[in-house]
Design a protein around this ligand. Structure first.
Ligand code: A3P
Length: 308
């Protein structure tokens, strides 16, 4: 008898490979061909994050550093330009078409076609290393990895499901159950973190934590700028901090171009921006289950472990 096929837990997601779930707004074929063969440039800055670990915030910091002499340009960007996830698009899946999301291009193609050589690109991804662009590991451009307490990532992802049109609203119980099965988008946090940990000490990689960025925003901007080879004055660092402050970004993003394409009318782009918010949602039993699973999976990776 043929083995019964496992079903994904949440709508608008699919198995990219056995056990590994992605949103349907990302096409398998595009990832396996266009993304995998993406031509990396020396001047690129890659950003690797597990979903909801602070991708937007860090991208905004990188953008502000890259454009410190023309910082108003940040205000002109559309939502999609702000977060050009390399694996996004093209959206031809029936669930996306039903939702009216029909013209998301392959972001890779857009980046190749619209950013001239010599101009710095910010390239975010949530993918595992083995399905990321091959040239990332041969050309070794500057790559920043941002880590965040997985419980806060999960709460943030739960709220994200209620906010964006390319995912489906669900209950917290459904989200938690999906996570425990490795069925939330981009799969298991521990698998992701351990896979990227292999590159943590490479000179082309900067590994930082969301929590440290929260504790020392300016110091983190300085670290990122230095890593990018940019020497900013104190005033310039303060300017980057100003335009990447949570409340500043939240206000700017309320009227950002392309917002209605991604967000539901009641959707929230910048939610709370705090650490430890998970405590308000996890039940005691969920917390115990999560901790057990996390500690088992992260065994041997003590330097990466969160004190959950
Ligand atoms: P919360 O949902 O916990 O508030 P990503 O960009 O990877 O999707 O991550 C989203 C998380 O980063 C959200 O967390 C969001 O509020 C937070 N965030 C976005 N901009 C931020 C900022 N300037 N400062 C702190 N946190 C920020």
């Amino acid at each position: 008898m043929a083995e019964e096929q496992e079903q994904v837990s949440l709508k608008k997601t699919y198995f990219f490979s056995p056990g590994y779930v992605l949103p349907v707004i990302m096409e398998k074929n595009n990832i396996e061909t266009v993304v995998k063969n993406f031509e990396v440039r020396d001047e690129d800055v890659f950003l690797v994050t597990f979903p909801k670990a602070g991708t937007n915030w860090t991208l905004e910091i990188i953008d502000a550093i890259q454009n410190i002499d023309n910082i108003d340009i940040l205000k002109e960007r559309s939502l999609m330009e702000k977060v050009p996830l390399i694996e996004l698009g093209p959206s031809t899946h029936p669930e996306m078409v039903e939702e009216g999301i029909t013209d998301v291009p392959s972001i890779c193609q857009v980046m190749l076609e619209s950013v001239p050589e010599g101009s710095p690109r910010r390239i975010p991804t949530h993918l595992l290393p083995d399905i990321s662009p091959t040239q990332l590991f041969t050309k070794k451009p500057k790559t920043i990895v941002v880590d965040r307490n997985p419980k806060d990532c999960l709460i943030s992802l739960f709220n994200w499901h209620q906010s964006v049109r390319f995912l489906d609203p669900c209950t917290w119980e459904e989200m938690f159950a999906a996570y425990m099965k490795g069925h939330t988008i981009y799969g298991d946090y521990c698998v992701f973190t351990k896979a990227w940990a292999k590159y943590k000490n490479e000179p082309w990689v900067l590994w930082i934590r969301y929590e440290d960025m929260k504790k020392d925003h300016k110091g983190s901007v300085r670290r990122i700028a230095e890593f990018m080879g940019k020497s900013l004055t104190e005033e310039q660092l303060d300017e980057v901090v100003r335009v990447t402050h949570f409340l500043y970004m939240k206000k700017a993003n309320e009227t950002i171009k392309g917002r209605e394409f991604i967000l539901r009318p009641e959707g929230v782009w910048q939610r709370k921006g705090v650490s430890g918010g998970w405590k308000n949602t996890f039940t005691v039993a969920q917390n115990e289950m999560f901790d057990k699973d996390y500690h088992e999976k992260m065994e041997g990776y003590e330097d990466l472990k969160y004190d959950l």
